[in-house]
Design a protein around this ligand. Structure first.
Ligand SMILES: O=C(CO)COP(=O)(O)O
Length: 135
């Protein structure tokens, strides 16, 4: 499955720790990420990650385009609810597109834990029908 990772600056370390903890599960899937998040996670875990532009340069919109095409099966987007972000409207669109496509999304680590266990258990296998593997 295609799993997209995005973390605001205040949540990047949490995302790194989460990905280290679930490295084995994540290694069985294709990972995509915004630039800085992807760089930090791949350096910490050794996992191959397709890195897009950084969020401020439109990386979240590159991921949004794939979500619009139903090509992302799970989005882990660790958000900082405290500080304002200049590209917040784009991020709201990202969340909206997940709802358009019924793509499972976690915006905090508590939900991410539930989703990753569900992924491991096979709860998201229906995504293989909606978005069949390319190879
Ligand atoms: O800004 C972000 C989300 O909107 C994250 O982007 P980076 O991973 O490049 O910091």
């Amino acid at each position: 499955m295609n799993i997209a990772l995005i973390a605001h600056d205040a949540k990047k370390e949490l995302m790194v720790q989460f990905c280290i903890a679930y490295c084995r599960v994540l290694s069985q899937h294709n990972l995509l990420a915004t630039g800085t998040t992807g760089k930090l996670v791949s350096e910490a875990t050794g996992l191959p990650i397709q890195c897009f532009l950084s969020g401020v340069h439109g990386g979240d919109q590159q991921i949004a385009a794939r979500i619009a095409c139903n090509e992302i099966d799970l989005l882990l987007f660790f958000r900082d609810p405290i500080s304002a972000k200049p590209h917040e409207p784009n991020e709201m669109n990202l969340l909206r597109l997940c709802d358009v496509r019924n793509i499972p999304i976690a915006t905090n680590i508590a939900t991410a834990e539930v989703l990753i266990h569900g992924l491991e258990r096979g709860d998201l296998e229906w995504r293989n029908i909606v978005n069949p593997p390319q190879h």
